[in-house]
Write a protein that binds this ligand. Structure first.
Ligand SMILES: Nc1ncnc2c1ncn2[C@@H]1O[C@H](COP(=O)(O)OP(=O)(O)OP(=O)(O)O)[C@@H](O)[C@H]1O
Length: 589
């Protein structure tokens, strides 16, 4: 429990911690108001049962005289109304506190999910090579809900009800210590035994629920994201099966958790009812005076009426915390992942002389023994153009990612004008680069927003969009054929465009910021000969003023390159057999 509290505390920001403390103070005040409302019934019932008690009790007598009353009935009425007023005030205060608590929990959901997504987005690229995006989405959306509604909210209720229970216990303790101890012992033993019996099961189904939730997200994302392949390969049933299995397990475990968290109430209620009758009989046996028994019984009855739900809510809170403990562990861990430094516009790294790769060794984290590059060297002079060729799977795209500073070699250096690219300055270096990946990602927004990717809609420089689109040979198509030209929506991942149009939008995106370094990974593979030739011509026009690095299988795309590098272990045309060979263009083609 202490560990759970410590982890939840670590999730809050300092401002949220202050808010949480204010919440706790409110909760304690709520408990005091609750106790006062319970206490208020005592004088009412005492005087009702035996009006002569006014003369015997100095406090009551003083109140009676001060109010200038002449009839005990008036006093009983006043005591009754005072008690009603206190109960109403306490209920009102309780409602306000609960609303404040609920708002705190809901705003925490917003805060934690935003911070978690932000933390994921600040992870190095390699993090995403080993973490499934469906699982990350699940954490940000579903698991944060789980954390707040199955953990923080029950915990706040646990503390609130704990305070009420404590206040009630102290109250009954003052009145009759033995009875108070008996009530608490009974409640403690009952709930303690039940919790002891179910806690292991709660932990295990909590873990299984978390995994099933991940499988639900994954099946759903993959089926809808790859709908064309799913339909063509007739795998709808298979995906539905994956989803159904995970979803059923997820729902079943939730149901089990709810049942385990709720069912003891009935047992405890029955025990409470029996206890009340036993107390009444014992009191009657002791005093034989119903007037004495009535107020005490009223107090116990009312206290039980308030204490049992409190004890039940506390138990339910404990059960839910157990069920959601795996969620707390993963969110607390992920919120503390080290961040990758972000780029600041003031520290953009320009390229004036050369990009130099020296003794690069790189293996992917999932295959640490398979060296994609082993002591690889390459020099790319500024404002030159270089083609990268090699067999499929030789490492061309990996080389691009290394040049982009997305992948960091295990040894060797990538330096720009002599400054090594590290995790700290890679984001600054990327500000200098325009990159066309092998698979262009288009978001479900307009053509203009896709070209000026990441720029807020009202800050888009339409002149730059058009200039980039012209260079990428897509401007005429956009203006002549799309219904709303640059404002036309492209659909999810550009589903309303052809492969070649998507590629040209990708090239336009890379050119939008007019970068001094241009990296293109198979940027023209889906184009017809005429469009490709026009695009290559446009790129050729840029060479000399920009550093251009191109991966292509087609000879036509490499024609304008001044230098070529072969990636892979097979001998190059110049006879070398190292993992990379560099040559003049004329040597290779
Ligand atoms: N995330 C990854 N984890 C492990 N291995 C990977 C990963 N990405 C690529 N590889 C492996 O690294 C090698 C180089 O891949 P890369 O994509 O760089 O090749 P490529 O030369 O660009 O191929 P192609 O011309 O087919 O695009 C391949 O053997 C590939 O299987």
């Amino acid at each position: 429990m202490f560990d759970t509290l410590r982890k939840i505390w670590s999730i809050f920001t300092p401002a949220e911690r202050r808010k949480a403390i204010r919440m706790l103070v409110l909760v304690v005040l709520m408990a005091m108001a609750e106790t006062a409302s319970v206490l208020s019934i005592m004088p009412f019932l005492s005087v009702l049962g035996r009006p002569t008690i006014i003369q015997e009790t100095p406090v009551l007598m003083a109140a009676y005289l001060r109010l200038g009353l002449t009839d005990t009935r008036q006093f009983i009425f006043l005591l009754g109304f005072a008690s009603i007023a206190l109960v109403i005030a306490s209920s009102l205060f309780k409602s306000i506190t609960l609303h404040t608590l609920n708002r705190f929990v809901h705003m925490e959901r917003h805060s934690v999910s935003t911070r978690l997504l932000s933390r994921y987005l600040q992870q190095p690229y390699e993090f995403f090579l080993t973490h499934n995006p469906s699982i990350l989405s699940r954490n940000v959306l579903s698991e944060v809900d789980q954390l707040l509604f199955e953990l923080v909210q029950p915990l706040s209720q646990l503390l609130a009800q704990g305070a009420v229970l404590l206040a009630m216990t102290v109250l009954i303790l003052c009145y009759d210590a033995l009875t108070a101890i008996c009530i608490m012992a009974t409640l403690g033993v009952l709930y303690g035994t039940i919790y002891g019996l179910v806690r292991k099961r709660l932990t295990s189904i909590g873990l299984e629920r978390q995994a099933a939730d991940g499988h639900r997200y994954q099946a759903c994302n993959e089926a809808l994201g790859g709908i064309k392949d799913v339909k063509v390969t007739h795998s709808t049933k298979a995906y539905l099966g994956h989803f159904e299995r995970a979803s059923r397990l997820f729902s079943r475990h939730f149901a089990t958790n709810e049942t385990l968290a709720q069912s003891p109430l009935y047992l405890v209620e029955a025990t409470g009812y029996t206890g009340l009758i036993v107390i009444a009989l014992v009191l009657l046996q002791r005093t034989n005076d119903i007037a004495h028994v009535l107020p005490a019984l009223g107090l116990y009855g009312f206290a039980a009426y308030r204490m049992l739900p409190s004890a039940q809510i506390m138990y339910r809170g404990l059960a839910k915390i157990r069920f959601a403990s795996s969620t707390l562990d993963s969110i607390a861990r992920d919120l503390n992942l080290p961040k990758e430094p972000a780029a600041t516009p003031a520290t953009v790294m320009p390229l004036h002389q050369e990009i130099r790769l020296q003794g690069i060794r790189y293996a992917y984290p999932s295959a640490p023994d398979k060296w994609i590059f082993d002591r690889f060297n390459l020099v790319i002079p500024a404002n030159s153009s270089m083609g990268i060729v090699g067999k499929s799977g030789a490492g061309k795209s990996t080389l691009m990612d290394i040049l982009l500073g997305l992948l960091h070699p295990q040894s060797g250096t990538v330096s720009v004008d002599g400054v090594p690219i590290t995790a700290d300055n890679a984001a600054n270096w990327r500000c200098t680069i325009g990159y066309v990946p092998q698979h262009i990602y288009l978001s479900d927004t307009s053509v203009a927003e896709n070209i000026a990717f990441g720029v807020p809609r009202d800050a888009i420089d339409m002149a730059a969009v058009e200039r980039a689109a012209r260079a990428a040979q897509i401007h005429d198509f956009v203006v002549d054929e799309l219904p709303q030209a640059y404002d036309t929506q492209v659909g999810d991942r550009g589903i309303r465009l052809s492969g070649g149009q998507r590629q040209r939008l990708g090239v336009a995106r890379a050119l939008y910021r007019d970068p001094s370094v241009l990296l293109m990974d198979e940027a023209t593979s889906a184009l017809d000969e005429q469009t490709e030739e026009a695009l290559n011509e446009a790129i050729r026009a840029l060479s000399g003023s920009k550093t251009i690095i191109v991966i292509a299988h087609k000879e036509a795309s490499l024609r304008h390159c001044q230098k070529m590098v072969v990636v892979g272990n097979e001998p190059t045309p110049s006879g070398e057999t190292n993992s990379a060979a560099q040559s003049d263009h004329s040597e290779l083609i």
